[in-house]
Write a protein that binds this ligand. Structure first.
Ligand code: SAM
Length: 389
């Protein structure tokens, strides 16, 4: 990953926000005098809440930190009625504890970890229980996607990024099958990335650059990838357009961004079509409760167009129990039941009676998948758009 970000400071009066980014490593405070004076002036001039955004501040040395801390401390002392909120990101693991230490001494200084509130469903998806689901899901969707991807522009020799790569198995399959010239796979879950690296080592795939990062604010340069993928992830962000903006930014003009999303209420099965339908309609409502939209699939064209892409292509495919081993599909459904009924519905505070009925639809779906004459399906939308030249 490349990130030779120089140090930058700017004040945004609309949000009363002072934004520091890049690497601040001066030898003496005089080197950053302009930045310090902008900070001092903004703090003096504005009332109410002033934000200090350090989400993309990748490095700071002691000289700079002391100078910054002195200004904050002085400002907190002289204007106790005014609040200063420091916005950190968990991607910069050092920053939250460092600023929290400072905040402890001043009641009007607080620290907010920006991305902890950003993605309400994070804890469910990052839970280790999700890893086997992701793995079996990818195995089942790959049968379809390997056929579709060339139509969406993937071919060998491209510079590719898989954003929100999860446990990295899609990246591993792309690496093997399409031989990109470079492949960056980024995710926000340390556990998933550890798993991804282990899988890549087991398969002797050395070239994939598994990278920790926040997909909504990536430390990746603009216009560098020919093909950017983001699978099953826009639908779990509460602000998908923000993520799409980043996918657009890192894509080269003329390159393509490929996304996959579901429409959970259209999962189906026979026999027991009705109970299955009811449960998956409830799945969609449950995700909505946690600010996630698992009905996003058919909205892909709209989303890509609004984000500025052209030459949009949309495909749909149905993963079914006839695709391979029906037990694989049954395993996915059981895993969904465990997370959705066992964790999310409980967290929402649903009654035991609701949860029992909710579980029944999953059980019927498994029954349909394993029945010798049964049929079970899970529809997925695969769409891509070109970044205009
Ligand atoms: C539903 S999973 C999909 C994973 C993978 N693309 C797949 O299809 O199997 C969503 C992924 O998005 C990741 N994620 C969520 N928020 C993120 C963020 N802010 N930055 C990077 N990754 C994030 C999660 O850790 C998780 O691995």
């Amino acid at each position: 990953m490349s990130q030779a970000a120089p140090f930058a400071v700017r004040f945004d009066p609309t949000n009363q926000e002072l934004v520091l980014s890049g690497k601040i490593r001066p030898e003496g405070a005089a080197e950053i005098a302009d930045a310090l004076s902008l900070m001092q002036q903004s703090l003096e001039r504005y009332s109410g809440v002033v934000y200090l955004n350090v989400k993309r501040l990748t490095h700071i040395n002691m000289t700079a930190f002391s100078a910054l801390a002195d200004i904050l401390a002085e400002s907190c002392r002289t204007r106790p009625e005014r609040k200063i909120v420091i916005l950190t990101s968990s991607v910069m693991a050092w920053s939250t504890p460092v600023f929290e230490k400072l905040a402890k001494h001043y009641p009007n200084l607080t620290v907010e970890v920006y991305d902890s509130a950003f993605y309400p469903g994070q804890s469910f998806v990052e839970d280790e229980a999700f890893i086997p689901i992701l793995r079996t899901q990818t195995k089942m969707t790959w049968r379809h996607e390997r056929e579709l991807l060339p139509r969406h522009g993937l071919r060998s020799g491209l510079v590719v990024a898989d954003i929100c790569c999860g446990i990295g198995d899609f990246a591993a399959l792309v690496q093997r099958e399409f031989k990109p010239s470079r492949l960056v796979a980024l995710d926000h879950s340390v556990r998933s990335l550890d798993y991804a690296r282990r899988v890549a080592a087991d398969f002797d795939l050395k070239e994939i650059e598994y990278t920790y990062g926040d997909a909504s604010q990536m430390l990746l340069r603009d216009n560098q990838f020919d093909f950017v993928t983001c699978r099953h992830s826009l639908q779990i962000f509460d602000r998908p357009e923000m993520l799409l903006r980043e996918l657009y930014r890192i894509c080269k003009p003329g390159g393509r961004v490929y996304i996959t999303n579901e429409k959970n209420s259209h999962c189906l099965g026979e026999p027991h079509a009705e109970t299955i339908k009811w449960t998956y309609e409830e799945v969609a409502k449950l995700f909505r409760h946690f600010d996630m939209d698992v009905e996003m699939g058919p909205k892909s064209r709209h989303l890509l167009a609004d984000a500025g892409f052209d030459a949009i292509k949309v495909d749909t495919f149905m993963v079914t129990n006839l695709d391979g081993d029906p037990q694989d599909f049954a395993d996915i459904i059981e895993a969904w039941e465990n997370v959705y009924a066992g964790q999310m519905a409980v967290r929402r505070g649903d009654t035991p009676e609701f949860i029992r009925r909710f579980r029944q639809g999953f059980k019927d779906h498994v029954f349909a998948a394993l029945h010798p004459k049964g049929y079970a399906g899970w529809p997925i939308w695969a769409a891509s758009g070109r970044k205009p030249l």
